[in-house]
Design a protein around this ligand. Structure first.
Ligand SMILES: *[C@@H]1O[C@H](CO)[C@@H](O)[C@H](O)[C@H]1NC(C)=O
Ligand SMILES: *[C@@H]1O[C@H](CO)[C@@H](O)[C@H](O)[C@H]1NC(C)=O
Ligand SMILES: *[C@@H]1O[C@H](CO)[C@@H](O)[C@H](O)[C@H]1NC(C)=O
Ligand SMILES: *[C@@H]1O[C@H](CO)[C@@H](O)[C@H](O)[C@H]1NC(C)=O
Length: 387
């Protein structure tokens, strides 16, 4: 059954839509202009940083960097006028930058490596933290002549700053506040039993040249899948279940109430992801520890000089931190986020969002009222103190 499903998914003939910069189109659709900046990392990846073009030049405006979750892009923060965090912050006077980490559809260039190359995809979450985020932050501060910025991240985007700040604590000096929704450094209570059991096997099945290409699944989703959820179609049904449980949470009624949700979700998916990056999350689930990628005893000894990978020292993350936790999240368990809250040395607030699931921070109907306004308030209070 399981294999049948996987092969059926692979058999769906896919056609990638011609590439266009959806993020810029979305920014335009709100009546604003977008900018594209190319940022080079210390290990020579060329990343795309989007920015909402400020209406008039000012060097006093406060800067914010938003970073998306796994398999997503900067579009994540531009879903609709009602819920777009990027637009909300822009309209409230912030200079808004949106990152795209290596491998996503806007950031698949490298100075020397082709993105079809196995070596291109040889990275874990560690590199996203210490290279990609560091490059975004340094670029933005230099470009805007600011000393510090605000950071907002979702899921993977809320996890990798913890890698950066614990590995290179000097970056604490460059960030006013960290706003983390569904951060995932600890995952030992990962709630999805099926994924926990079969996930790694599925990763192996899908991996080619260190790359997992989810295009076939995304194409299935593009066919208005939610309408077929209850039909007698095993492939659709299973894909739908996976997505609902993993991404949308466990409240099916809610999905039915808002079909638009699915369409929004599709706009910010990006199909290619490094298998090491995904396995790194599986290691968090298995070890219960927030640490560097486990390459196995021999390679660990070579790379780290020790058998077990080194743990990230979260005590070094001293930036004021705001944590948002979704009660019905099927990806990151509340217990694990509460564990993080206990360990981080400078948590200013922790907010539990009742009935929220993993991506409601972006597309939940009430996200503005429940989350975005809190973020804005904290940022404005900080800005007031500065001036
Ligand atoms: C930027 O700010 C500095 C100091 O506040 C001021 O002297 C300078 O004129 C400003 N530059 C621009 C281009 O606004
Ligand atoms: C995903 O990877 C495949 C294989 O390298 C490539 O052909 C395709 O263009 C990539 N798609 C995107 C959107 O990056
Ligand atoms: C991937 O990275 C690991 C660890 O840095 C290294 O040992 C390995 O040789 C690399 N593999 C490829 C294919 O580049
Ligand atoms: C699911 O969401 C709907 C709509 O938001 C809500 O009315 C319902 O109470 C929720 N169901 C559960 C079991 O929480």
């Amino acid at each position: 059954m399981k294999l049948f499903i996987i092969f059926s998914i692979l058999l769906i003939i896919t056609q990638l839509k011609s590439e266009e910069d959806l993020t810029i189109k979305q920014i335009n659709s709100f009546g604003f202009k977008g900018e594209i900046h190319k940022v080079e990392t210390a290990d020579n990846y060329l990343l795309t940083l989007h920015r909402i073009k400020p209406r008039k030049f000012t060097n006093s405006s406060q800067v914010v960097l938003l970073v998306h979750g796994i398999c997503c892009t900067s579009s994540e923060f531009l879903s609709s006028k009602r819920t777009s965090l990027a637009i909300f912050l822009f309209e409230n006077g912030f200079d808004v930058f949106l990152g795209n980490v290596r491998g996503n559809k806007y950031s698949k260039s490298h100075k020397n490596l082709n993105h079809e190359n196995k070596e291109f995809w040889n990275f874990s979450l560690h590199e996203l933290g210490i290279f990609d985020l560091a490059a975004f932050i340094d670029f933005i501060l230099k470009f805007t002549k600011n000393k510090k910025l605000f950071y907002i991240g979702h899921s993977q985007g809320a996890t990798i700053p913890l890698i950066l700040l614990s590995s290179k604590p000097e970056y604490n000096e460059k960030i006013y506040q960290l706003h983390l929704s569904a951060p995932a450094p600890f995952m030992s209570h990962f709630p999805n039993v099926l994924i926990k059991k079969y996930g790694k096997q599925a990763v192996k099945t899908f991996t080619k040249n260190n790359l997992i290409n989810l295009t076939p699944i995304i194409e299935v989703l593009h066919q208005n899948l939610y309408k077929h959820c209850s039909l007698n179609q095993p492939l659709y049904f299973i894909t739908c279940m996976i997505v609902e449980f993993l991404i949308l949470g466990d409240n099916f009624t809610k999905l039915e109430a808002d079909h638009e949700t699915f369409d929004k979700l599709l706009t910010f998916l990006s199909p290619n992801v490094s298998s090491t990056q995904v396995l790194h999350f599986f290691q968090f689930i298995e070890s219960g520890k927030f640490r560097q990628f486990d390459y196995g005893r021999k390679k660990n000894l070579e790379k780290y000089g020790m058998i077990e990978p080194p743990e990230y020292d979260l005590k070094k993350v001293v930036t004021p931190t705001y944590i948002y936790c979704a009660e019905r999240d099927r990806v990151v368990a509340r217990k694990d986020i509460e564990h993080l809250r206990e360990i981080l040395p400078n948590v200013i607030t922790y907010k539990l969002l009742k009935n929220y699931n993993h991506i409601d921070f972006d597309i939940g109907i009430n996200a503005r009222k429940d989350v975005h306004k809190d973020i804005l308030k904290a940022m404005k209070m900080n800005s007031k103190r500065q001036s």
